[in-house]
Design a protein around this ligand. Structure first.
Ligand code: ADP
Ligand code: MG
Ligand code: ZN
Length: 619
């Protein structure tokens, strides 16, 4: 890397820094040195003063209200010693006469204001403050980046990987994303083919998807497939840096990339720098500079050289529009959470290096992990492997795999939270409430486990429902029944204890969000109708929804949500009241055993004369 070029960007701060240091030193010197070189004053009595005056030993006097300063005739210039005596309380009316007679130069000082001194002190203090800040900043920045000390050599982290060693085979599922990226691989392998025709390939592609879905992995796989170097930088790295550093990094990154073309430049978490610039509260200068530099670089380089920029984000909606303009990140590649097949494939990829029992059934695991990301699944395999080591086994069993699913998705079993007998009873009735309501309804998912062993995630117990198959659509009936199942826990508590607890907060949250979605997004409410009210702001994080409807509509929406949930809750209560005897006996069994499997649950219900539909027996 060219050092000279790097220093250019930092000349000004360095110069300012040294000037400030010099200034501070100068001011401190100004303040301290005069007092150090100040003459000494020897105190004498008034009569001694008069004697000196009479003996013609005095050159000059200076009179103030309180004292007289005397300069003797034999003053040693190198080590001046003046004399001082207090002004007499009784007025010495003859003094002036005597001074004139002896030809002594005398005067009273003109009132000098202390203002100058104060200003001087203030400036010195400020100077010291600024210097202190600089020193602190330097210490901090040095900690952030070992290279900052020498300002120019801060590129230590931009390291290109010669080869990432990843290929598309390492990425399971994500076929659409892979298809889109193959084109880029082809372009990197033989750019001539495209430039001959005059086709301009996109300079950059944006990988969009929730965390852990393999965006970074895909970017590496592109580089690996095309056998080109991989330069990566993470957006969050810029955020806490010195002003100007981010921009210089971007410059360096592109400089290196052009030198090593063809290659891949990967900017992870681009939303950290690429947030839309016109925020209400004014911008973040550093981020803006970095973003502007990025835009400038992207416009500036010639894509025929074979540099492709990939960026990843899970918040595409916050990105500055300028980034998405044609000629920049104009391609969007969606990297979504894996579906059933995808999950199976990902499990298989990560199970390759792990010893597994012969009878491992990934289908069951994939079914139980709807909504899990690739990273979660990788974690599940690893967790299962750790568990089998803990169990003293040499290969992973299906059981360990499933308990790893629970641990990763619901949190580890927590042995230390001990429930009191009363709490245990409440939790048991709550969970059986969910399970029984689910069993009594027809469009619900089968119960595969009921437990009252607390989890590290904070859940005191839970009822696990595993879908029979991957679902893509949800009917109104199913949504209503799901809310009813969520109400079952609280309803059971109310019926049995006549008192309710805080244990239902999570259920309430989920039930409300389903009901809200039914009303505002899926047009499933008759009063509101076939209308979208909710304008989703964040596609993946789920927060920050804002609606742009009238207050009246908002009120109506709220009323409608309450009606839906209210009806579901009453229904759950009715079902449980009608089956109170079964509720009691199942709760007693759960309190005793702490865990009930789906199969056991179905058998118990069978004995009570409730026949579950085929497929809901939780086998
Ligand atoms: P992202 O960048 O989207 O947050 P990563 O690419 O860092 O996610 O993925 C994290 C890990 O999850 C990867 O290292 C990989 O092991 C695993 N993973 C995610 N998606 C897949 C997939 N489709 N196939 C195989 N492994 C995956
Ligand atoms: Mg990533
Ligand atoms: Zn509950």
């Amino acid at each position: 890397m060219d050092k000279k070029d790097n220093k250019k960007g930092f000349k000004i701060p360095v110069v300012i820094f040294y000037i400030l240091i010099l200034l501070v030193i100068f001011l401190v010197w100004l303040w301290l040195v005069p007092s150090a070189g100040k003459p000494t004053y020897k105190e004498i009595s008034y009569s001694e003063f008069i004697t000196m005056l009479n003996e013609d030993q005095i050159e000059k006097v200076e009179l103030t209200n309180t004292y007289i300063t005397i300069q003797p005739k034999d003053l040693d210039k190198k080590k001046p010693v003046y004399y001082r005596t207090g002004m007499l309380v009784v007025e010495d009316t003859d003094l002036v006469k005597l001074l004139i007679e002896k030809g002594v130069d005398f005067r009273s000082p003109i009132e000098t204001s202390t203002l100058w001194l104060s200003i001087l002190q203030l400036v010195v203090m400020m100077g010291i403050g600024v210097a202190g800040m600089f020193i602190i900043m330097r210490i901090f920045s040095r900690r952030m980046d070992a290279g900052v000390m020498s300002f120019g050599k801060n590129t230590s982290r931009i390291v290109g990987e010669k080869s990432t060693g990843k290929t598309f085979d390492d990425v399971a599922g994500q076929d659409e994303a892979k298809q889109a990226l193959r084109e880029i691989v082809d372009f990197l392998e033989n750019p001539g083919k495209y430039t001959e025709i005059g086709a301009k390939l996109p300079k950059g592609a944006l990988l969009v998807g929730p965390p852990g879905t393999g965006k970074t992995l895909l970017a590496k796989a592109v580089a690996g497939e095309a056998k080109v170097p991989f330069f990566s930088l993470s957006g969050s790295e810029f955020v806490e840096m010195f002003v100007g550093l981010g921009a210089s990094r971007v410059r360096d990154l592109f400089k290196q990339a052009v030198e090593h073309a063809p290659c891949i430049v990967f900017i992870d978490e681009i939303d950290a720098i690429g947030k839309t610039r016109d925020t209400m509260f004014g911008g973040n200068d550093e981020r803006e500079q970095t973003l502007n530099q990025l835009l400038a670089e992207m416009d500036g380089f010639d894509s025929s050289k074979g540099v492709v920029i990939l960026a990843a984000t899970n918040r595409p909606e916050v990105l500055d529009k300028a980034l998405l303009r044609p000629g920049r990140f104009d391609r969007r590649i969606i990297v979504d959470l894996p579906d059933l097949e995808g999950r199976k494939a990902i499990l298989a990829v990560h199970a390759k290096g792990v010893k597994m029992d012969e009878d491992i059934d990934f289908d069951a695991v994939a079914l139980a992990t709807a909504g899990a990301s690739g990273a979660d699944l990788e974690n599940i395999i690893n967790e299962a492997a750790i568990r089998s080591v803990r169990d003293g086994r040499t290969s992973v069993s299906q059981e360990e795999l499933l308990s790893a699913v629970e641990a990763v998705i619901a949190g580890e079993e927590k042995k230390s939270t001990v429930l009191t007998e009363a709490e245990k009873k409440t939790v048991a009735y709550h969970e059986i409430g969910h399970a029984l309501v689910s069993a009594l309804l027809t469009h619900t998912e089968p119960v595969s486990k009921i437990t009252i062993i607390p989890r590290t995630s904070g859940a005191l117990g839970y009822t696990l429902q595993t879908p029979k198959e991957e679902k893509h659509l949800m009917t109104r009936r199913e949504a209503i029944e799901e809310i009813t199942v969520f109400s079952g826990g609280r309803a059971s508590e109310e019926i049995v204890f006549g008192e309710i607890t805080t244990g239902a907060s999570n259920d309430i949250e989920k039930a409300t969000s389903i009901a809200r979605a039914m009303v505002t997004r899926f047009g499933m409410s008759e009063t509101i109708g076939f209308v979208n009210i909710d304008s989703r702001q964040s596609l993946y994080l789920g927060d920050g929804t804002s609606s742009d409807c009238s207050d009246e509509t908002a009120r109506e929406v709220d009323r409608e949500i309450r009606t839906i949930i209210g009806d579901c809750y009453s229904n759950a209560k009715r079902l449980l009241t009608e089956n109170r005897e079964i509720l009691d006996s199942l709760a007693a069994i759960l309190i005793e055993k702490e865990n009930i499997s789906g199969k056991e649950f179905a058998d118990l219900l069978e004995k009570k004369g409730i026949h579950l539909e085929p497929g809901k027996t939780g086998a």
